[in-house]
Design a protein around this ligand. Structure first.
Ligand code: PMV
Length: 326
């Protein structure tokens, strides 16, 4: 049986994709910038099958945690493969198997890494079987992946990815080797999916001006990073996720991912920053967990934050060495 296995990393946005242009296949209302999380990966195995339809099942491999996907989640994945097959003119059916190398019950999203891995696996398979029919350059693949899940289009680049319109691109910035810590405040499935959040935020009175605010922060953050201004970068990143969470809270109906645990962690981060006048970049996605990125010269504080938060919460910490898993 013809089969390929591919993996792709997750990413964390520092300037957020929140709000999309209706009917555009996940084109964003504003540009976003992300740091790729090389150690958090989804593995996809694609195998030709003789059955009448494409299928999905969990990838069982000793070193991986199988993804648990709802029927809706499975159909979304299968639909994206169908879309890719259509682009390549492929009629063959496949079994998709997928799994993460991180626990599925830790509240870390895997849609970016999942859709990026599926897009890469399909491209590798179709390149073998239909070499002439479609481009496999990164921009094309990023654009295709975007149509499965917006944020996945950034996962094709490392370490920094900028996504403004159709596809993401690599962005050359310093701080290429950050250390990533996540304080797992909530590990249950979120009630409002990011797809719903993208729609709801447009009802917020704060959505007016959101595009300008995000675009301005995108410019200011890339400049701050370019000029090694960590203090300014940290402030912009903080303002940005607070802005996104305020959109959630002022939508109709309003919703929130922040829990008392999130607030407690954020407060502690602020105290530590005030004390040392230094610390990690802090951000939150559409969830309750708090992500932190430390510079290479902050390994000591990376270890002490890890220890401090582990006293009250589940913590996952990843040193920024490039992973060698494939
Ligand atoms: O790709 P989606 O539709 O799951 O949206 C992701 C949205 C955020 O994670 C909240 C922000 C981002 O830019 O990744």
């Amino acid at each position: 049986m013809n089969s390929v296995t591919v993996s792709a990393p997750s990413n964390i946005a520092l300037i957020k994709y929140m709000g999309k242009i209706e009917g555009s296949g996940n084109k964003p209302t504003n540009g976003s910038l992300s740091y790729t999380l090389e150690n958090l990966r989804t593995f996809v195995r694609l195998t030709e099958i003789s059955g009448p339809v494409d299928q999905w099942k969990a990838f069982v491999r000793e070193d991986l945690t199988p993804i648990e996907l709802s029927e809706k989640g499975q159909q979304r994945f299968i639909k994206h493969l169908g879309f890719l097959k259509m682009k390549w003119g492929v009629t063959q059916n496949y079994l998709i198997e997928s799994a993460n190398n991180f626990p599925s019950d830790c509240g870390l999203a895997s849609s970016a890494s999942s859709f990026a891995a599926l897009t890469l696996a399909a491209a590798e398979m179709f390149q073998k079987t239909h070499p002439q029919s479609w481009g496999t350059d990164k921009k094309t693949l990023s654009e295709l992946s975007r149509q499965g899940s917006g944020s996945s289009c950034r996962s094709l680049y490392s370490p920094w990815a900028l996504w403004q319109h159709e596809y993401a691109e690599n962005m050359a910035l310093p701080f290429e080797n950050l250390h990533h810590l996540v304080v797992i405040v909530e590990d249950s499935k979120k009630e409002v999916s990011s797809s719903e959040a993208h729609k709801l935020v447009t009802t917020s009175p704060r959505f007016e001006g959101r595009v300008d605010r995000a675009e301005m922060r995108l410019r200011d953050l890339t400049n701050a990073l370019r000029f090694n201004d960590w203090h300014l970068a940290r402030q912009i990143v903080w303002d940005e996720f607070i802005d996104m969470h305020k959109l959630f809270e002022t939508s109709t109906p309003s919703f929130s991912y922040m829990t008392d645990g999130s607030r407690q962690v954020l407060e502690e981060c602020q105290k530590l920053w005030n004390k040392w006048q230094d610390g990690p970049l802090v951000t939150m996605d559409a969830g309750a967990n708090v992500h932190m990125l430390f510079r290479n010269d902050q390994l000591k504080s990376f270890a002490s934050y890890r220890e401090q938060f582990a006293a009250n919460f589940k913590v996952m910490a990843f040193e920024g060495v490039k992973s060698n898993v494939h």
